[in-house]
Design a protein around this ligand. Structure first.
Ligand code: SF4
Length: 693
């Protein structure tokens, strides 16, 4: 029997989900291990390829995954398949389904008659049950659903009497290690060879119960780990199979990596592989919200592991409302201090518009994270995900979300002549946060992202904190003063960001689809004028205009210091050195992106004379107790871009859109987008690493 299983990804602009489809790999490996030659299974990521193969020789069963980023394309592919093969069996599975509200679950399937079975949780056992039933009783879906209802443990379906049937939903495999590895069985080799980055699952489940997250459902509460031996073999297989291990990223899918002793052992072992092979380029993972020392040890065990330290909010009322448990503040501080010592960075996330979040509580969370010394702060808008507690009618009634719809960045395409768009529902306000406040917090985040989380401005932030100033207050000062710049870059870029933040929202999914289906609006999607990730795109815009942005921030900074410290010449003098240091870096970045004939090199750097050794003194947070004054000394610094970064950027055509180029470069190691700076006297001996390992 022929089976196609897809975990579809759009690639209209860029490949939107470039990880190996480990989810469907597990299902294929498990079903094949039991049914052996009775089944012939093929896996797909590319919707065009899948449609072509369906046309040529349609399978008996078509299974697809369902996440918010592939719902629409999967719906279209299912409908196409049913037209080609009326008696084909369709199986959909994944978290994007209102599993915890049965009236909605039923409607979801009634509205999609082309879906025969829906698997809301782990897919291995339910998919096997369906395949076995089809093998045994044939592929008459109606008959299967009426006579053999008991064969489908773990799946929902609509019966002939229009009832929602779901037996033993959430059925689990007893021993997770009885699922063969999709890597070791070769199911993912072709994807690795095509350049997909490996996704690894070392553990399923999460001990926490956050109510905005699928994994917070009780089903996932009990975790199970894959054996370390098997995980190691998977990595060895990946390294052998990919074309360039050094340029391959590793994504760890676990929800709390580092919280289990096995993770530490794995981190240490992976480090030996990295030393030997250079794999991976970097590691994506979400680190644990408990067992702080174990998580820290794990993060330290490998140079490419980062501490996420995500909090979503630090307000007690909000955390209670969403059932979230964070590390206590003192432990967050402690873990930040520990990673600072090792030169690592944290990447905490916060969610805007959570229940009970107010403007003040959100600002307070941001301030606390800044005070802890968090490195790269990310702010997300609350997504209302089907199947989560926050999606339910009860929560909507309780918190009065201002629900809107937006296109998931670049997730669209045209298949068999039909345009298709992936849409997410977001909350841009609640009864405790107005839409205007939402916009204000998004705008503030623009500054957090482009100043606080931008390494160039680290000394400026560290100096403000040293002086006891409030960073958020400084950001508000920038927001107020931007208007003085009229048509200039700083005002315009913030204005554009606000307009795009408003403009990406629609009142309904239907409105959005109608709007983007129009030819001229669709062209805007294709050209990247619309439908982009605003945070990433605007970050790139700021990098491309680093000089103008630097002038704006430092000019207001100087005046801010004058206003706050009118009687201190020293403060202003130190501030001037901070400004010179920032401007030299910003100039390097500007030339790097906009003026490739004059990119500063080690041989021809930009120089800045400073009255204080700012790069050294303000590299980290310092306080007045340990550092009552700054030693005045003239130092000359040279600023330049690394050779490999210049080689990389100049390998792209001169005519390439600068913002697109910056988007590409910013995805690389930070050494590609930030200059190096060295004291004049160290220039001769300096050996600049050829390439980051
Ligand atoms: S800790 Fe993370 S994975 Fe677990 S429920 Fe909360 S948000 Fe979801």
């Amino acid at each position: 029997m022929k089976i196609f299983i897809g975990d579809l990804a759009h690639s209209t602009i860029i490949l939107t989900n470039n990880h190996t489809p480990i989810n469907i790999g597990f299902i294929a490996a498990y079903v094949k291990s039991i049914l052996k030659d009775k089944v012939d299974i093929k896996l797909y990521k590319n919707p065009h390829k899948l449609l072509d193969d369906i046309k040529k020789d349609p399978p008996d069963i078509l299974g697809l995954s369902n996440y918010i980023w592939c719902q629409s394309v999967s719906e279209d592919v299912f409908q196409f398949y049913k037209k080609v093969k009326e008696d084909g069996i369709t199986v959909w599975g994944g978290p994007n389904f209102p599993v915890n509200e049965l009236h909605k679950a039923k409607q979801y399937l009634v509205d999609r008659q082309y879906v025969d079975f829906y698997i809301p949780f782990e897919g291995e056992t339910p998919f096997l049950n369906i395949t076995k039933a089809v093998l045994e009783f044939g592929n008459d879906a109606k008959k299967l659903k009426s006579i053999h209802q008991n064969c489908f443990d773990g799946s929902f379906f609509i019966s002939e009497n229009n009832e929602l049937i779901g037996n033993n939903i959430g059925v689990k495999i007893k021993d997770i290690n009885s699922i063969p590895s999709p890597y070791l069985e070769g199911w993912l080799d072709s994807f690795l060879k095509q350049g997909f980055h490996p996704m690894l699952e070392t553990r399923r489940g999460c001990p926490f119960r956050c109510s905005y997250c699928h994994t917070g459902l009780s089903y996932y509460n009990q975790g199970r780990s894959f054996s370390l031996d098997s995980i190691k073999k998977e990595i060895e297989h990946i390294v052998k199979t990919v074309s360039n291990p050094k340029k391959t990223r590793l994504e760890i899918a676990d929800s709390n990596f580092g919280m289990w002793p096995q993770d530490l052992e794995f981190g240490k072992w992976l480090n030996t592989i990295t030393e030997r092979t250079g794999f991976p380029l970097n590691i994506g993972s979400s680190t644990g919200k408990g067992r702080v020392d174990l998580v820290l040890d794990t993060v330290m065990s490998h140079p490419k592991l980062r501490l996420t330290n995500s909090v979503q909010s630090l307000d007690e009322n909000v955390l209670k409302a969403v059932n979230r448990i964070n590390l206590p503040l003192d432990q967050l501080k402690y873990s930040q201090a520990e990673i600072d010592k090792k030169g690592k960075i944290s990447n905490p996330e916060i969610i805007l518009s959570l229940p009970k979040e107010t403007r003040e509580s959100h600002l307070s969370t941001l301030t606390k994270l800044i005070n802890i010394g968090s490195n790269l702060i990310c702010q997300y808008t609350l997504m209302l995900l089907p199947g989560t507690e926050l999606y339910t009618d009860e929560s909507r009634e309780k918190y009065k979300y201002v629900a809107k719809y937006r296109l998931i960045p670049t997730q669209f395409g045209e298949y068999e002549g039909k345009r298709c768009f992936e849409v997410e529902e977001v909350s841009v306000g609640t009864k405790d946060l107005s839409f205007e406040e939402y916009l204000e917090m998004r705008t503030l985040f623009f500054l957090t992202s482009n100043i606080y989380s931008n390494n160039t401005y680290k000394p400026l932030i560290n100096y403000l904190i040293y002086l006891g100033e409030d960073v958020i207050d400084f950001f508000y000062c920038l927001l107020q003063r931007r208007k003085e710049f009229g048509d200039g870059f700083p005002n315009k870029v913030i204005e554009d960001f606000i307009n795009d933040t408003k403009g990406e929202l629609f009142d309904s999914k239907e409105d959005l689809v109608a709007y983007y289906s129009d030819d001229s609006n669709y062209k805007d999607l294709l050209s990247g004028k619309k439908g982009i990730n605003l945070s990433h795109t605007y970050k790139s815009v700021v990098f491309c205009n680093a000089r103008e942005w630097g002038n704006f921030v430092t000019e207001i900074f100087r005046e801010y210091l004058l206003e706050k410290h009118p009687n201190s010449n020293d403060v202003i003098k130190i501030g001037n050195s901070v400004i010179s240091h920032i401007k030299a870096q910003a100039d390097c970045q500007y030339k790097f992106f906009q003026d490739r004939k004059n990119i500063p090199t080690k041989e021809n750097p930009i120089k800045a004379e400073l009255d204080f050794d700012i790069p050294n003194i303000l590299a980290n947070r310092i306080d007045k107790v340990k550092y009552p004054s700054f030693k005045e000394e003239k130092v000359v610094y040279s600023y330049f871009m690394r050779d490999y970064a210049i080689k990389h950027i100049t390998s792209f055509p001169e005519g390439q859109k600068r913002v697109d180029l910056a988007l590409i470069i910013l995805r690389m190691d930070t050494s590609y987008s930030f200059p190096i700076y060295l004291k004049e006297e160290n220039m001769q001996e300096a050996v600049i690493a050829k390439q980051p390992v």
